[in-house]
Design a binder for this molecule. Structure first.
Ligand SMILES: [Zn+2]
Length: 425
């Protein structure tokens, strides 16, 4: 079908109707893209394309999903739903039947459809590109890559096959070398790939480009490496727009410095505290930030889950935590699920959320902080890192201007705003 007749078509996903893209739409998730970075570089005039989007299009600071981790927020964005609906409430959860910590990156754990797969099924051409491969399978849930749709990661760009990814020879196609896991190129590769696809003859209708937060974990806004990264991002955002795409920018979470004046991380070693107070084996603390590549944050975040084992009750656990310096909230399961819109069947007995300058770990012995290499600890997970940029390169129509004015947008509404809010209502 030619695009002009497609324009009247809507695609329903998880109860929301999405208009067909009026032109290619590139949604970018700037992993760890705390608003503080943009604020600083906007003031310095260092990111002219983002500045233009904000001036000519729409910009606000949106509420992301809590816990402010990568997997839950990426899944919220591509399903258009809160974690209570899509089920991915962390990077890890405890399977109480087996007692094992389960990584939550499997597509079978994701509930509902993705906007990407539903549009592809309706005949749109879709590209889903991520920096870290851990996200790729979930992002591609239900996406048929045999029909011109593509799904790959820059981490495994060198291994992409037509069968698995819908594209091969990615390094040649993008014109970049295989990027290192710990480099800003891992993210830039994602954007370059999107640009190549838009430069081609058979352009995608929808692109989801998900970056990685290595730079923001390592560098604060005032450090030159971070500024250079944002300038590189900005140039590529400008190129996406120049190629005729609507560009929508958001983030999965922000980032805060969690070290003291001497540069030592402010950590609450919660498992050690609970073992001391309630006895060893009575509780199990799970840090849902953990993934296989943790050198830059030592698996420390601002949100942890505590499961009761033995005879300890949630009340006793909560009593042992109340009043600890650096703790912002201690919630029982029901309250955590209600306040933060989380799925009860994957929630712990107790949720602990740290203040902006503090993080929570399990036991001191279980965390390897050697990867910080003298850097201050910067990480995320709490409510204080759940405020994220929400920027569209074109102005909102009247209906969506009203909607944005009536309530702070949620970052999982970015596809809604970008597909239904641009052009005529
Ligand atoms: Zn992230």
């Amino acid at each position: 079908m030619p695009r002009s007749t497609q324009r009247d078509k809507t695609v329903e996903v998880n109860g929301t109707a999405y208009a067909w893209p009026r032109r290619p739409l590139a949604v970018v998730c700037i992993d760890g893209g705390d608003p503080a970075y943009l604020q600083r570089y906007l003031a310095e005039g260092a990111i002219p394309n983002i500045a233009r989007f904000m001036r000519e299009g729409f910009a606000t600071v949106a509420d992301g999903t809590v816990p402010s981790f990568t997997c839950p927020n990426n899944m919220s964005i591509i399903t258009g739903t809160p974690a209570s609906r899509h089920g991915i409430s962390g990077n890890f959860y405890l399977d109480v039947r087996t007692g094992n910590a389960v990584v939550m990156t499997g597509p079978e754990l994701l509930r509902g459809d993705t906007i990407l797969s539903r549009f592809a099924a309706a005949g749109a051409k879709v590209a889903s590109i991520t920096a870290k491969d851990k996200l790729r399978k979930q992002l591609a849930k239900g996406l048929d890559v045999s029909r011109g749709n593509v799904s790959f990661s820059s981490e495994f760009a060198h291994r992409a096959t037509l069968e698995e990814n819908g594209i091969e020879n990615v390094l040649d196609f993008v014109g970049m070398a295989q990027p290192d896991m710990y480099s800003m190129e891992l993210s830039l590769f994602v954007l370059e790939a999107g640009i190549r696809l838009l430069e081609g003859r058979d352009r995608p209708d929808l692109l989801y480009l998900s970056l990685t937060d290595w730079v923001q974990h390592k560098y604060a806004p005032h450090e030159p490496e971070a500024k250079r990264f944002y300038q590189e991002l900005d140039r590529r955002f400008g190129r996406l727009a120049e190629l005729g795409a609507d560009v929508a920018l958001t983030a999965d979470h922000g980032m805060n410095d969690k070290s003291d004046a001497q540069g030592r991380p402010n950590v609450i070693w919660l498992q050690d505290i609970l073992d001391e107070a309630l006895g060893k084996g009575e509780t199990r603390v799970i840090c849902p930030i953990t993934d296989a590549f943790v050198a830059h944050h030592g698996a420390l975040g601002g949100f942890v889950r505590v499961w009761c084992q033995g005879k300890t009750t949630p009340k006793q656990v909560m009593k042992s935590i109340y009043g600890l310096p650096g703790v912002e909230a201690v919630l029982d399961k029901q309250t955590a699920c209600r306040v933060h819109d989380l799925p009860e069947d994957r929630e712990a007995d107790v949720v602990v959320i740290a203040a902006a300058d503090t993080c929570v770990g399990a036991s001191r012995a279980a965390h390897d902080l050697s990867g910080l290499e003298g850097h201050r600890l910067r990480t995320h997970g709490g409510v204080s890192e759940a405020r994220v940029p929400f920027i569209l390169s074109a102005p909102l129509n009247d209906a969506y201007r009203l909607k944005a004015g009536a309530a702070t947008p949620r970052s999982y509404q970015i596809f809604d705003f970008a597909l239904n809010g641009l052009g005529e209502s």
